[in-house]
Design a protein around this ligand. Structure first.
Ligand SMILES: [Zn+2]
Length: 275
C-alpha cells in the first residue's frame, strides 16, 4: 500500500530544528512510506501572549531555501517522492498576507490550519480562559470554517482537533454529535471543493495523561456529504515520528467507507487505494 505523510516540519520551521529534510526523508523510507510533504510553518500573526513564555521569532520560513533543499535531497533519493508544501496559519489579521504569499509562490500542497485565534494561543494559554470545553472547541471549529472559506486557496484543512490537544478539560476529544452544524458546514465545503480533511496523528498521542481519539462519525458524515479526500499527516517535528501509526489510521479511514487516501502533487489531488 502506498502511504504518504502529508504533514511534516523540517529545519525551515521555527520549531522544527530536530528534523531536517534529509533525515526525515530517510526516516520516511525506513518507515515504509512512498513519499512525504514538507509543510513548514507560516504564521504572519503571532499573539503577544507567546512572548511571556518564549522568545518570539518570526514564524515564516524561507520558501526558496526550503524548496532548493528539497530539490537537493530529491536527487539523492530518486525512488522516494518528496513534495514541497506549506502549513499556512489561518488568522483574520493575516488574510491578505496569506493570499498574497500563496499567489506569489508555487507549492505541491497547502495545508490551512488555525494555530492562533482571538489574540491568544491554545498551546501557551489565554484561549481557554473563561470558556467551557464546548464553547472553546466550537469557536475553534467556527474559526476554521470562516477563515478557510475566506482563503479558498488550500488543499487540506489541518488538525481540526488541535484545540483539544492542549486543552485543560477532561473532554479531550472532539465528537461530531457535539458540533453537528459546524462540522456539516466544514465537511460540505471540503467535499464540494475537492479538498481534504486531515487525520493528524500527533493529536492522538498521550499528552499529560490525556489521549484524544478521532471520531468515526466525522468521517462517516464526510463520506455521506460526498467527501472523497482524507489525508494522513504525522505533524512530525522529528524524524522518529514520520508516518507515525499510519497503517493503523489507514485502516481506520477504510473502516469509515473510504477506499483511498489523498496526497497532492502540483496542487492536484491524487487518490491512492487503501489495501
Ligand atoms: Zn499545525
Amino acid at each position: 500500500m502506498k502511504l504518504y505523510d502529508n504533514h511534516n516540519h523540517s529545519q525551515f520551521s521555527f520549531d522544527g530544528a530536530a528534523a531536517t529534510v534529509e533525515t526525515s526523508a530517510r526516516a520516511g523510507i525506513s518507515h515504509g512510506l512512498s513519499g512525504m510533504c514538507f509543510t513548514d510553518h507560516c504564521d504572519f500573526f503571532v499573539p503577544p501572549v507567546k512572548a511571556e513564555f518564549e522568545h518570539l521569532v518570526p514564524e515564516q520560513f524561507d520558501i526558496a531555501a526550503q524548496q532548493a533543499e528539497i530539490d537537493r535531497v530529491r536527487k539523492h533519493l530518486p525512488e522516494f517522492e518528496i513534495f514541497k508544501g506549506i502549513e499556512i496559519g489561518l488568522e483574520r489579521l493575516s488574510r491578505e498576507e496569506n493570499r498574497k504569499l500563496l499567489s506569489e509562490n508555487q507549492f505541491d500542497q497547502v495545508i490551512a490550519s488555525v494555530h492562533y485565534l482571538d489574540d491568544t494561543d491554545p498551546f501557551w494559554g489565554g484561549y481557554y480562559k473563561g470558556k467551557d470545553w464546548k464553547t472553546a472547541y466550537g469557536h475553534y471549529l467556527e474559526t476554521i470554517y470562516e477563515e478557510m472559506v475566506w482563503l479558498g486557496d488550500f488543499d487540506i484543512v489541518g488538525h481540526y482537533d488541535y484545540v483539544a490537544r492542549y486543552a485543560p478539560y477532561p473532554e479531550c476529544s472532539i465528537f461530531y454529535k457535539d458540533f453537528p452544524d459546524i462540522f456539516d458546514s466544514i465537511l460540505k465545503y471540503l467535499a464540494e471543493n475537492g479538498k481534504a480533511l486531515e487525520i493528524n496523528t500527533k493529536t492522538y498521542q498521550d499528552y499529560k495523561g490525556r489521549t484524544p481519539v478521532p471520531d468515526r462519525n466525522i468521517l462517516l458524515r464526510f463520506r455521506e456529504l460526498g467527501g472523497e479526500a482524507v489525508s494522513l499527516g504525522s505533524d512530525s517535528h522529528n524524524p522518529g515520528r514520520t508516518g507515525d501509526k499510519f497503517p493503523y489510521f489507514a485502516g481506520f479511514v477504510k473502516s469509515c467507507g473510504f477506499t483511498r487516501l489523498a496526497h497532492f502533487s502540483m496542487r492536484r489531488l491524487i487518490l491512492d487505494p487503501i489495501d
